[in-house]
Design a protein around this ligand. Structure first.
Ligand code: ADP
Ligand code: MG
Length: 458
């Protein structure tokens, strides 16, 4: 029989990876599992307000997670704690009597299509420098799966939108050509399935062919975070055959990873080569302007009125990944719903995030960026601001300008003034030049990241 507590704990551990920590702790972690009624999992809460919030924000996700864990549970209901007894009287006997334990469920699901998160669409993906190629490629593939960009390989460090783009492709195809079979798996579940199939294939001969059938019957196969395949020879072998079959039949393959194919060291050469047959695109950390646009878009989805001041504050304090930036926004939204005070100024935002943003991170400004850059190159601030045009000064100057545009939200004219009254077009030129170099020139990339670390860790 299903141990409802163990089952809910499993569900919670999945949910905790999908919901911001603070929201998870406030809304989900406090729910109590009650029983199953008509195949629905009943959860109780103490307050009507939290019942409402959970229903609005997390019920769909919770249903999805629960039914993925156990397909016989298709529904979730949130009740008030006082209704407990009433529900316990109605509880299902069949789940109790059926006698199966969730953990013993086979890992291999035979479904060859996936459900995609509604919020991860192209409309909700903000285009900006750093992601424009990846976005264009994702749209092209969604329009014409199995066309010229096959496989599509997207890579970036964590929290920059790879999974979002995969879901966006899935949502787009489901909407525009509902008969196309799109399967999304992360490489961990691919590996787990395969291990499970191998382990049980002696007792169940059909399992192998079921696995092959599942993966080879899809039109679009997406494998997220393929880097986990590195070092797993058996899985690579199986994947190699799947890849070839799909590829030869003009089926679309989309892969994501935290690094480029050539940097996937522990991956067989033949796979690395295949990954580069199609189109490889990377996503880099978006600039200030794009970060602010992303925040505005997320706030609008949450129907939260986000002031420019607060948006700038959050964007300035998010310097490496969008997921964390979104986390800050959620904390602000949460803070304002808890206290009933709108968070409209950077001072209140600072207070709301005081536990999460380290003091040192707030203390950089244009002059400290300039000073750190000078220190790094061993030049003086008079030189960096001055008129000298020698390479050993021009390069640091452009890098400092680039870092200011990226790390702070200052008008270009103001930045021009900081650099001895330069025209804003000069600032744009410097910014664009270095942002190109960061992509194409490893030397500049390393310098920029070193200086950035110095600024953040002062
Ligand atoms: P990754 O898979 O690269 O680790 P995710 O796709 O999970 O990253 O993205 C992390 C979060 O950042 C998601 O909530 C996603 O919606 C958001 N995000 C990243 N880039 C953008 C963008 N350009 N526009 C809107 N949201 C974005
Ligand atoms: Mg991801």
């Amino acid at each position: 029989m299903i141990d409802i507590n163990a089952f809910w704990n499993d569900a919670k551990s999945v949910l905790s990876t999908q919901i911001q920590t603070i929201s998870y702790e406030v809304w989900i972690d406090k729910l109590e599992p009650v029983c199953f009624v008509n195949g629905a999992l009943i959860l109780s809460t103490l307050s009507a307000a939290s019942k409402k919030t959970i229903e609005q924000r997390y019920l769909d996700l919770t249903k999805e997670v629960v039914s993925n864990l156990n397909p016989s549970i298709q529904n979730v209901e949130i009740i008030m704690d006082v209704q407990r007894e009433q529900y316990l009287k109605k509880q299902d006997s069949f789940i109790e009597d059926e006698g199966f334990v969730v953990k013993e469920q086979p890992v291999l699901s035979t479904s060859n299509t996936s459900a995609f998160l509604e919020k991860y669409t192209f409309d909700h993906f903000v285009q900006g420098k750093g992601n424009e190629f990846a976005l264009a490629a994702a749209k092209a593939v969604a329009e014409n799966p199995g066309g010229k960009y096959n496989p599509l390989f997207i890579y970036s460090s964590v929290g920059l939108g790879k999974t979002h783009l995969l879901h966006a492709i899935g949502n787009y195809i489901k909407k525009n050509s509902p008969r196309t079979k799109v399967l999304y798996v992360n490489s961990e579940s691919f590996i787990n399935e395969l291990i499970d199939v191998i382990r049980r294939s002696s007792e169940n001969k059909e399992l192998n062919s079921k696995f092959r059938e599942k993966y080879r019957s899809v039109d679009v196969l997406m494998i997220d975070d393929i880097q986990f395949l590195a070092g797993k020879e058996g899985t690579q072998e199986a994947f190699f055959h799947t890849f070839n079959d799909l590829y030869q039949n003009n089926k679309q393959i989309i892969l994501t990873s935290d690094r480029s194919p050539k940097d996937l060291q522990k991956l067989e050469e033949r796979l690395r080569t295949r990954f580069s047959w199609g189109l490889t695109v990377d996503i880099s950390f978006p600039d200030m302007e794009t970060r602010i646009a992303i925040l505005k878009s997320k706030a609008a989805q949450e129907k939260f009125n986000l002031s420019n001041d607060v948006a700038s504050f959050i964007a300035e304090n998010s310097t490496s990944n969008i997921r964390d930036m979104e986390g800050f926004l959620n904390k602000i939204i949460f803070f304002s719903s808890l206290t009933g005070h709108p968070v409209t100024t950077r001072e209140i935002a600072k207070e709301a995030l005081s536990d999460f943003i380290e003091e040192k991170k707030e203390s950089f400004d244009a002059s400290s960026i300039v000073a750190t850059t000078c220190k790094y190159f061993n030049i003086t601030s008079a030189e960096i601001i001055g008129k000298k045009k020698t390479k050993n000064i021009v390069e640091p100057r452009m890098i400092a300008i680039y870092l200011i545009t990226e790390m702070l939200d200052l008008p270009l004219v103001t930045i021009g003034q900081i650099f001895g009254g330069r025209d804003h077009t000069t600032i744009i030129h410097a910014r664009n030049k270095i942002s190109e170099d960061v992509k194409n020139d490893t030397r500049i990339k390393i310098i920029v990241s070193d200086i950035k670390n110095m600024i953040l860790n002062r």
